[in-house]
Design a protein around this ligand. Structure first.
Ligand SMILES: [Zn+2]
Length: 99
């Protein structure tokens, strides 16, 4: 069974487009809706190409990270300033070190 799948992959790899042609569609997938044909092209290529599959999963991960970060910024969940406790601690340290 695994052999048949491998053969099918090989055969499909010859039929489908190369990485350079399909790659631009990967980022579109995240930015906008692809047409049915484009989706099919991407799916077919990813089925046959492990390198691109890897690339897309990285791309999706990055996209999620950036998206979450953006949301956090909007909700002001990220504290870029120090907490009052941290400020106090730094002050104490500086006092202790001064002559
Ligand atoms: Zn590829």
């Amino acid at each position: 069974m695994a052999k048949i799948k491998a053969k099918l992959k090989q055969w499909l790899a010859m039929k489908t487009e190369d990485c350079k042609t399909v790659a631009p569609l990967f980022s579109y997938d995240l930015d906008r809706k692809l047409s049915l044909i484009e989706k099919l092209r991407v799916r077919l290529h990813l089925f046959t190409c492990d390198a691109c599959l890897n690339y897309v999963s990285n791309l999706k991960f990055m996209h999620e990270v950036f998206h979450t970060q953006e949301e956090n910024l909007e909700n002001e969940k990220i504290h870029t300033t120090l907490t009052p406790e941290a400020k106090e601690r730094i002050k104490e340290k500086l006092k202790a070190q001064s002559f």
